[in-house]
Design a protein around this ligand. Sequence first.
Ligand SMILES: [Zn+2]
Length: 314
Amino acid sequence: MKSITDLLKQGVVLGDGGYLIELERRGYVDSGSRREKVGTGKGSGQFTPEVAIENPDALRELHREFLKAGSQVLQALTFFGTREKLNRAGFGEQTEAINNAAVRIAREVAGGQALVAGSVSRTQLIEREGPGALGQAKDLIAEQIRLLKDAGVDFLILETFFRLDEMLAALDAANASGLPAVTTLSFRPLVTRCSDDHTPAECARVLADHGAVAVGANCEQEPARMLPLLREMRKAADVPIAAQPAAFRTTDECHCFTRQPAFPDNLETIQVSRHEFVEFGKIAEAEGIGYVGGCCGCNAAYIRALADGLAESK
Ligand SMILES: [Zn+2]
């Protein structure tokens, strides 16, 4: 199996889709919406990855579906798997077990046909406590990265970071581990600036300068809304661009689906069709986006659509 850096040199890498929303729909992940207002970034237990130890077969099946759709990378379901986030969900003591199990399951399914990426995201500490918590956030992320490295991931996807400073802290920890890192920020509420006020172009430049093997965006927007910011990043950085858009329609006033009234219990009403991912695949191939997959709302049908789009424009 080639490394992620070698795969990126060969052409567009096809990733996988979103796990937590799909597994929530299937009844295996808790959205938290019965207990609290979800989407504020301040909640307790929503959308955490304990399915890896509680219902491993459900996770295994979703990995299989993505692999069958053509994914060259399977993301271990370790999103929101820092001890901080798991603590608040009541699973802190299982931090090692959850991260280990998620990587083991992804590796088992990948079976040498796909790379396994460890998924690492923000701690949510900074949303709750402010930028003073950055050092603590970095320690927590570094702990998770050590667990993922020990469990044997091939590389890291640092994703769904809202702030460039927290992303840089995570990238430092990734660099210290020796694992290559793909870095994708999530821009909200508008695609023009990240939460600590940098443009997509600035983010791309800084992350590329700090050694990210690919830079880009994931989650929050549908492909058409994300595309302009990806083009901005592409002009600013000379590393491959990575894009894992969501499959939910956003509005001109609010470019993120997690702040739409439909989140999280009525997402079906803003679902975009898989056809938009065929189109996105065509554009990705034509414009040389290096890594494409899907985030929330993208099941295997969307990854097949992306694969079709990539193939059509070759
Ligand atoms: Zn997402």
